[in-house]
Design a protein around this ligand. Sequence first.
Ligand SMILES: [Zn+2]
Length: 164
Amino acid sequence: MAILRNDGVLQLNYRPLAHRRIYRQVQQRDGWICGWCQGPGSTLDHVIPICWGGQTIPENCVIACRSCNHSRNNALPSTFIRWTGLKPSHPVIRHILTHESAILDRAQQSLASRPLSSCVSREEAQIWIAFHTNPIERVQPTPVEEPLTRVKNETRAFSEYFVP
Ligand SMILES: [Zn+2]
């Protein structure tokens, strides 16, 4: 829950341990492989971005490389594959691409109905609060520009970073 402290600071009680658990689950399912480009990847990527109501659940998350995750930013999957020409075969991405508008509607409804305690990161909690503070003018993510350059790909497998 969000708690307004006496000093006026809004304290967000989200669930970082749940975030870590989901990351581990998704990593065990996907390995250290980017769901978009099949390169080495290590970040948790929300296929429907958090700002569109996408949740941190295995059904909405894949492992992605930094390049794909950062260059996509808040773009929807359909926009990202149009930019990049990537043809991801990951079942989670394929499913969401096929039903994107219905899943997007559901994500927005879910953001409206689920409690703040469903949020597992600060970013998610902030979006939840923005969405619920402004119910008339629903917060719409600003459309993102296609990046001119992509950040450098990870060239080594993630596990190599842990060589003792
Ligand atoms: Zn990638």
